[in-house]
Design a protein around this ligand. Structure first.
Ligand code: FES
Length: 129
């Protein structure tokens, strides 16, 4: 991800300790969390379960976020879904702090894996269904 530039999101004082705030960055919802001791994490503000906002969820131990809607847990370093009802990961943005400002790399959104049950070349249902 070295070729993806870091973009400015906010000043550190915009996200208080143990707090979180969502920012619109180039049309994407970037949820920045201050996990304490100068550490910041950032994820796309969209749960992989029903695409509802993660803003307002609880951060546990600076390592996990709990979706405020149905309680799925996600790893804040990898985005991996740790508990149901979510099974797909969320998008995690690499984050850095320089000169009192928070920057993220706007990596591509996580995409669902290809359907392992799809039959290559089988096409869809007749009539386009
Ligand atoms: S929308 Fe997040 S767990 Fe359902």
């Amino acid at each position: 991800m070295a070729d993806i530039p870091f973009v400015l999101v906010a000043k550190v004082e915009d996200v208080p300790s143990a707090g979180m705030k969502c920012f619109d960055v180039e049309g994407r919802g970037v949820l920045v969390m201050n996990t304490g001791e100068g550490a910041y994490k950032a994820v796309e503000n969209a749960c992989s379960h029903e695409k509802k906002p993660l803003e307002g969820g609880r951060v546990r131990g600076g390592k996990k976020i709990v979706c405020p809607h149905h309680g799925a847990n996600f790893d804040l370093d990898t985005g991996k879904a740790l508990s149901p009802p979510a099974v797909l990961p969320i998008t995690v943005f690499p984050t850095k702090v320089e000169d009192g400002s928070i920057y993220v790399q706007l990596v591509e959104a996580m995409k669902p894996p290809a359907n392992p049950f799809a039959v290559p070349g089988a096409g869809g249902m007749p009539g386009g269904l």
